[in-house]
Each structure stands twice: as structure tokens, then as C-alpha cells.
Design a protein around this ligand. Structure first.
Ligand SMILES: Cc1cc2nc3c(=O)[nH]c(=O)nc-3n(C[C@H](O)[C@H](O)[C@H](O)COP(=O)(O)O)c2cc1C
Length: 187
């Protein structure tokens, strides 16, 4: 079999008991063996400041993040919704990866967006705000299935175990479709 495709997983929540991280881990567990998922942590990225790029003294955390993103085949974004948008920590990571101008680490990489919320709407606002940035970054985003994981407290327990086969099937379907999407974009 060919080498597995490398997928960076970015989680937009920093809290220990994050539902979003639990869902991201389940997605990784359910991914086909043709994908290798690698969680890229964004907590330690200094806030984006364009002066540091303009003066050619980017923080080392930005540089290693950019290199890690450049090295992968695709990116899976798992995000909670904050005030109907994407948490600042995730937007900061996107901004850091997008610069310096003309050297974006994201360009052309296939992506998938999974939004997660204890609420009924499933983070729809965050999901689509994120998609807006991905259009500008020229990242072809998986269109279907759309993944708005609502009422998440009913779907996963404290240890991250999924509570139903239908949730497991849906998350597995997302990853199978993402795998096929990456192939299609890379062709
Ligand atoms: C600053 C803030 C804003 C929030 N805004 C929303 C929102 O717009 N929509 C929503 O469904 N939940 C909102 N929530 C609730 C989050 O969905 C909830 O805290 C969720 O557990 C966060 O994801 P996590 O478990 O992965 O950390 C907000 C939470 C915080 C802290």
C-alpha cells in the first residue's frame, strides 16, 4: 500500500475536557488506514504580529508550525463555536500559517471542517466563518457530508467513548469521504 497521507488536526479548544478534542480523537480513531492523523497543538503560538515577519524575526513557534503544516497533505479543523464564530486561538493559528505574504503554508491543501457544540445548532456559525477564511487561503474544503456535531454531550462520554453506533458511523463516513477528497484534490 502507498504511504498514508499525512493530515494535520487542529483543535480550536484549549480546555482539558474539550468536547471538540474528544470528537477529534474519535475521528482520528475512525479514520481509514490510508490516513495518518497528527495533532498539531496551537496553544503556544504567539499572537500574530506582522512586524515580526516584516522585520524577518518570526518567533520559532511560528516557524515550526508553518513547517509542520507545509509538510502535511491535508488539514482537518475541529472547532467549537465562540460567539457564532471561530475561537481566537484557532484564527490566530490560521493567520500565523498564512504569512509571510506569498508564502502561506495552507495554500492548495485539502481541508475538512467539523464543528462541535453542546447546543442544538452544532457550531454552524463557526463552521461557515472558518470556511470563509479557507476560501481566501485557497484550501479546497470537503463539501459533504457537512459536519455540525450538535448536542455533543449526548454523543460522547467523559472518557471520549462514543455513545451510539450512528455517531460512530457518521464520524467514520466523514473520514472516508475526506480520504477520497484528498485523493481527488491531489490528482
Ligand atoms: C467565549 C465563549 C463563547 C461561546 N459561544 C458559543 C456560541 O456562539 N455557540 C455555541 O453553540 N456555543 C457557544 N459557547 C459554548 C461552547 O459551545 C461550549 O463551551 C463548548 O463546550 C466549547 O467547546 P469545547 O468543549 O471543545 O471546549 C461559547 C463558549 C465560550 C467560552
Amino acid at each position: 500500500m502507498a504511504n498514508p497521507k499525512a493530515v494535520a488536526v487542529l483543535v480550536g479548544s484549549l480546555r482539558k475536557a474539550s468536547f471538540t478534542r474528544r470528537i477529534a480523537r474519535a475521528l482520528a480513531d475512525l479514520a481509514p488506514s490510508s490516513l495518518r492523523l497528527d495533532f498539531v497543538e496551537i496553544r503556544g503560538l504567539p499572537l500574530y504580529d506582522q512586524d515580526l515577519d516584516d522585520e524577518e524575526r518570526p518567533p520559532p513557534e511560528w516557524q515550526s508550525f508553518r513547517e509542520r503544516i507545509k509538510a502535511v497533505d491535508a488539514v482537518l479543523f475541529a472547532t467549537p463555536e465562540y460567539n457564532r464564530s471561530v475561537p481566537g486561538v484557532l484564527k490566530n493559528a490560521i493567520d500565523v500559517g498564512s504569512r509571510p505574504y506569498g508564502k502561506s503554508a495552507w495554500e492548495g491543501k485539502p481541508a475538512a471542517v467539523v464543528s462541535v457544540s453542546p447546543g442544538a445548532v452544532g457550531g454552524f456559525g463557526a463552521n461557515h466563518h472558518l470556511r470563509q477564511s479557507l476560501v481566501f487561503l485557497d484550501m479546497p474544503v470537503l463539501q459533504q457530508p457537512e459536519a455540525y456535531i450538535g448536542s455533543v454531550a449526548e454523543l460522547v462520554d467523559d472518557d471520549g467513548n462514543l455513545k451510539s453506533d450512528s455517531t460512530r458511523d457518521f464520524l467514520a463516513k466523514i473520514m472516508a469521504r475526506f480520504d477520497a477528497w484528498i485523493d481527488r484534490v491531489q490528482r
